[in-house]
Design a binder for this molecule. Structure first.
Ligand SMILES: NC(=[NH2+])NCCC[C@H](N)C(=O)O
Length: 505
């Protein structure tokens, strides 16, 4: 399998999905202990086997839509449970190996098959992880590229290679690598590399950079966009450096329309990064980006990226967290304030920091200037108006036809509970057909009320087995089992890095 470079292209969140990058939950996740799950950006320890089982539903669903021949292949092992299970484990002989549902571990295996790349990557990882020279040499001696790829991800050097009686833990796990959304962002036929905000995810950035350079764009490195701090960054004192730091995570960037990108300014994507993203994207004429909407959100664990607050379902339909809707916030504040007035309380209502929208336009007639101010004075008043504006102005939807589905049906406490378990984080397989989590009951109900079919993956598979074509589904929310997956604090949008979508007609 080698990369077909012309076949990466993303200019919407909705065009029929043809190719994406995933990573199945790996052995590193099963090594996290109660005192480290927080540092690892998890909210509990998870049961790896159950998580993998849930994840396999996701993979199978993707294959039904993107590469159905692989379903036939997997089904051919129906009389042998072990072999069938192996079809879902990267590195196993029976692994399905699709060139449409791409597994990061497999791509890594492919690039480290080249000795030159292998040595570079080992050196880079070992120096980042501050490994000993002895460990570096052990890794260099490994001839099995598949094994090496697995070790670089899980951090586990098996006894057979370590020369010890037991497995050796040489690097920390990177349990968030399942959230491939965050590691890089396709913008048309370019790839913007992320720059992870936390040390728990930095090895992911490193591996992704190698995948970009030696797999996806090895013949066209110019298509890789990298945004880093200014060259004098290291000369500043620590506090100043904190202001100037550039961190970018894919969950904060949405290529929502061919001319319009949304960029989140959040716990993970720094304001300086947003600034540079605007300049960089506008300066690259070939991208054709004319408008950038910045969504500044409070820095909070529950909403670490903008895709935890809203995602797009159809041109005219969005799912969002109602507490971040300015319309709802205003209505609630008014009600609360009027109670306070009636009760003659002197205290003012405690207000949470509110999201803020700033829009920037690149006018084709204006020559590009480094310090030019692109901002426009009339920004949408909040996230909900922004989403409506996109549907109406970018997609030509009539305002009365825009529909916002709220997390938990906007009903407290379900709104908060379900946002926490990623009710607002859905990915579109095609326009109107999205993947969500089965535990978000009230959000599913809200989808039903909005005219969507809501089915579980099992129901979907049954239908497909009966010969119904996956692509015949319309306006459907497909629910993944999610008891364990959701504890890692990401949904299907986070678990996907789309590489190729059809253009919307
Ligand atoms: N695009 C996303 N919302 N990704 C979710 C990432 C969750 C992951 N545990 C983290 O905190 O980094």
């Amino acid at each position: 399998m080698s990369a077909d470079q012309s076949s990466y292209f993303i200019d919407s969140e909705l065009g029929t999905l043809r190719k994406l990058l995933i990573h199945s939950p790996d052995g590193g996740i099963g090594k996290i202990i109660p005192s480290t799950f927080q540092d690892n950006l998890y909210d509990d320890i998870v049961h790896l086997k159950s998580m993998q089982k849930e994840y396999n539903h996701y993979v199978k669903l993707l294959l039904y839509f993107l590469d159905p021949e692989k379903i036939t292949y997997i089904n051919s092992f129906s009389s042998d449970d072990e072999k069938q299970a192996n079809c879902f484990i990267p590195g196993k002989k029976e692994y399905f190996n699709s060139d449409k549902v791409l597994e990061a571990q497999n791509l890594l295996e492919e690039i480290v098959g080249d000795e030159r790349v292998k040595l570079r990557l080992i050196a880079a990882v070992c120096s980042y992880e501050e490994s000993s020279f002895a460990i570096q040499q052990k890794l260099e001696a490994i001839q099995d590229a598949g094994l090496l790829a697995k070790i670089l991800i899980t951090g586990i050097l098996p006894a057979t290679e370590s020369g010890n009686e037991e497995d050796q833990y040489i690097f920390p796990p990177i349990p968030n690598f399942i959230f491939t959304r965050d590691i890089g962002i396709m913008i048309k036929d370019h790839l913007l590399l992320s720059r992870m905000a936390t040390s728990a995810r930095k090895r992911e950035s490193l591996i992704t950079k190698f995948l970009a350079l030696y797999y996806f764009f090895h013949e066209q490195p110019g298509k890789i966009i990298e945004i880093i701090e200014e060259s004098d960054f290291f000369l500043y004192e620590e506090q100043e450096r904190r202001q100037r730091i550039i961190t970018i995570e894919g969950g904060d960037i949405m290529m929502v329309h061919q001319r319009h990108i949304i960029v989140g300014c959040s716990e993970r994507t720094s304001s300086n990064a947003v600034n540079e993203i605007i300049h960089t994207l506008f300066s690259r004429e070939e991208l054709g980006i004319e408008k950038i909407s910045v969504v500044k959100i409070p820095k909070k664990r529950a909403q670490m990226h903008i895709d935890t607050i809203f995602t797009q379902v159809r041109r005219n339909v969005w799912v969002m967290y109602g507490r971040y809707s300015e319309r709802i916030m205003e209505a609630e504040n008014n009600i609360k304030q009027s109670y306070l007035n009636v009760l003659a309380h002197k205290t003012d209502l405690h207000k949470e920091p509110e999201p803020e929208i700033l829009q920037f336009y690149k006018k084709a007639s204006d020559p590009y200037q480094r310090n030019k101010d692109y901002s426009v004075p009339t920004n949408p008043t909040g996230i909900e108006s922004l989403l409506i504006q996109i549907s109406v102005e970018d997609f030509g939807v009539a305002p009365q036809d825009v529909r916002i589905i709220y997390s938990g049906g906007n009903d407290f406490p379900h709104d908060d509970r379900e946002q926490w378990t990623d009710s607002c984080n859905v990915v579109a397989l095609k326009e109107g057909v999205v993947i969500g989590y089965d535990r978000n009951d009230k959000t599913s109900e809200a989808f039903r009320k909005a005219g969507f079919d809501v089915i579980t993956t099992r129901e979907a598979f049954d239908r497909f087995e009966k010969g119904i074509s996956p692509h015949s589904l319309e306006n459907t929310l497909i629910l993944l089992p999610s008891a364990e997956l959701s504890r890692a604090r990401g949904g299907s949008h986070c678990m996907s890095m789309p590489l190729l979508r059809d253009k919307l007609s």
